[in-house]
Design a protein around this ligand. Structure first.
Ligand code: C5P
Length: 420
């Protein structure tokens, strides 16, 4: 058994000199147990004959969108649904441009648009074309989409005599990348299944990101926070079946479609938005890095540097989490503690002082190798402290993993404690 066993793979072949390498791709995929159907663009057929792919895949090769005979066997929408993965190799600048804009003017681009399967692109083109602004914009737009991955391109000598980036990756490497993509998808499915139903029908309110406290129209005080952890928790809570409301400070992230997201700027606005949304909330998770203080008098005009020194008068912001926890009918409350030292001491103190049900503590700052920890990075580790019904404090460590996986582990533990 391999990760390809019984997987349905569409191989899209575009018109490029590297098309000959795709024959080897079909051979390797079929050898590892995949069912392969090849779609060729019209230009691809100038480089390699369909018969080669038909012989290697054991399936007829498709190229026409409106081929009545082929459509009678398996229509293009059926073909799109059949695929567990679509691999385009070689992918030309033209096809990448079309896909990045949602153009569907041939069978391959139409099937891609109509399919929910992950897409692996192995670009192949002249180095100047690869490096061109417009191609790079298309690639960036494309790469940011979920379920889209890139294999290559490799650097080196090109058929046109140039040297640079744009060569199609070797077949063996592309197959390895495809295996990794399928493996990741499988892992995600397993993780989603583990969460499924754990928080069915529960309403979750989550704060995320930093708050911004204005000094004057051009300056402000803020905290370091990307919002990634809070957004990942929102996603994991959705997977667990919860209804999720997010109140977020300014971040460069977009909330999952099914999450209701309120965007705020300051701590006061976040406090107000949270209290407006608190009705029927079962679980409140405060991941936001709320500014502890705000400027007492925000200047309406830009402050001029006329004085050698000057003092900003700051006043304390309300503690959103502590205020929610102080409610008579408080939801299950989870706080975060980002600390640069004495993690356990400060975390347990916050758990007690803010009357929380659970606190997730993580070390932040710069580690011994000079790398940032906790902030602006995609992975992290957490230590959870929570109260047992007998009021004992228990702890659990979640080792370093991606913030996405960490969020899932956290939601599992919250559900376990909440459902007790
Ligand atoms: O007291 P400290 O800021 O270290 O506590 C961190 C926890 O409290 C986090 O969960 C944070 O979201 C929450 N918090 C809050 N409102 C504040 C300050 C912190 O909700 N004003």
């Amino acid at each position: 058994m391999t990760v390809f066993t019984d997987k349905n793979i569409i191989l899209g072949v575009c018109g490029g000199i590297a098309a000959y390498k795709s024959a080897e791709l079909v051979r390797l995929l079929v050898k590892q147990g995949a069912n392969v159907q090849v779609i060729m663009t019209a230009a691809a057929q100038d480089f390699i004959a369909p018969m080669t792919f038909q012989a290697l895949s054991g399936n007829p090769v498709r190229s026409e969108l409106f081929d009545h005979n082929a459509e009678a066997g398996m229509g293009h929408i059926e073909l799109a649904r059949w695929a567990d993965m679509i691999l385009i190799a070689p992918a030309t600048a033209n096809t990448i441009a079309k896909l990045s804009q949602g153009i569907a003017d041939n069978l391959l681009t139409t099937v891609c648009l109509a399919s929910a399967a992950p897409l692996m692109i192995a670009p192949a083109m002249n180095q100047q074309m690869w490096l061109s602004d417009v191609n790079q914009e298309n690639i960036q737009r494309f790469k940011n989409r979920p379920l889209v991955s890139l294999a290559g391109p490799a650097q080196g000598e090109q058929a046109c005599g140039d040297n640079g980036p744009g060569r199609m990756e070797e077949a063996q490497t592309i197959v390895q990348e495809c295996a990794q993509l399928l493996q990741d998808m499988l892992q995600q499915q397993i993780e989603k299944q583990v969460l499924s139903g754990l928080l069915d029908g529960q309403r979750l309110l989550i704060t995320a990101g930093p708050t911004i406290e204005d000094i004057d129209p051009v300056r402000y005080i803020t905290n370091r926070s990307s919002g990634k952890m809070g957004f990942a928790i929102a996603e994991a809570a959705l997977e667990a079946g919860a209804e999720v409301v997010l109140v977020s400070g300014p971040v460069a992230l977009s909330a999952p479609e099914k999450v209701v997201c309120y965007e705020v700027r300051s701590a006061l606005q976040m406090h107000e938005a949270v209290f407006k949304q608190l009705d029927n909330v079962d679980i409140f998770i405060a991941t936001a890095a709320v500014a502890d203080y705000r400027v007492e008098d925000i200047a309406t005009q830009k402050i001029k540097k006329t004085r050698d020194s000057f003092t900003l008068q700051l006043i304390k912001n309300p503690d959103i989490l502590a205020d929610v926890s102080a409610l008579a009918d408080k939801p299950f409350t989870v706080g975060f503690a980002a600390e640069t030292s004495e993690l356990e001491k400060y975390a347990v103190d916050k758990l007690q002082r803010k009357n929380l049900d659970m606190i997730a503590a993580n070390q932040v700052g710069i580690d011994t190798d000079g790398q940032p920890k906790g902030f602006d990075v995609d992975s992290n580790e957490l230590r959870l402290f929570f109260k047992t019904p007998e009021d004992f404090i228990k702890q659990k460590k979640i080792p370093e993993m991606s913030k996405q996986q960490l969020a899932r582990e956290l939601i599992r533990e919250i559900a376990r404690q909440y459902n007790k």
